[in-house]
Design a protein around this ligand. Sequence first.
Ligand SMILES: Cc1cc2nc3c(=O)[nH]c(=O)nc-3n(C[C@H](O)[C@H](O)[C@H](O)COP(=O)(O)O)c2cc1C
Length: 278
Amino acid sequence: MDLYEILMKRRSVRDFEDKEIPDEIIDKILDAALSAPTGGNIQPISIIVVRGEEAREKLDGILGNQPWVKRAPVSLIFCLDFHRAKRWASTFGTDFSGERAVWHFLIAYADVMCASQNAAVLAESLGLGSVYVGAILSKIDKTRNFFDIPEYVLPMMILSIGYPKTIPKNIPKLERDIMVHKEKYEWRTDEELRAAYENKYGDFDETAEDYLKRAYIEAIEADKQGNLGRVEYIKGQLDKLAIKSNAEFLFKVRYPSEAMVELNEEITGSFRKAGFNF
Ligand SMILES: Cc1cc2nc3c(=O)[nH]c(=O)nc-3n(C[C@H](O)[C@H](O)[C@H](O)COP(=O)(O)O)c2cc1C
């Protein structure tokens, strides 16, 4: 398979075989991550390799509803790390203002994602599967505590990797035409936008289970692996809130607008505790 085919075939995998990944393969994945582009070649990232039973259990407990972090033989915690460069600079009496500069922060978060995507792509090409767990963003304090993470370091992303047991099919996507703009941003009518999303998600008239299989496979998988009752909860919300469209499902049930805004306090609070102050 060439790289294009590998990328087109890739799906997030949350169901892993109970099989170790050899050390040499993990090293290659780490090398791929660490050779990714990085703004100014500063390399403000660290990767914590989680393989042991206890740490996997703990990570699962911290996240609460993502049992694949326990199931996967390896999870990589990608951290935005200004601690290392700050300490190094300070030994020369120099201040690196990473934790106060939005510029450095945004570039470093992009670095984290470049590195983690290199890891994801290499893993895929080696016959492994992976899933990102961005939910760690609302669990920064607990993760920093357990993994002994110093000031000026933020765990920003997890990539859980393993040999796929099942690979989800039919994950809906928008068509290229609505996402790609030629020369200038191409404004769309409301009807065009509605048609594009309807084309992605389909009509909202299936049974909840059939709908969730396509539009929220995480909930189905979480119940299968962790018996977490997420599908029942979602069904309850669909009824209670009289959800009638894909958009309402996404922004009233899955990512309720106000609840997402309320997370600001927690996330920015974690940033402050880690010494970040923009
Ligand atoms: C930034 C980011 C954060 C994500 N966070 C999670 C997560 O917390 N839990 C999870 O199960 N999947 C997570 N995913 C995976 C997405 O749900 C998945 O990529 C999306 O549903 C599209 O499916 P696909 O990767 O199979 O194409 C994340 C993906 C990205 C890029």
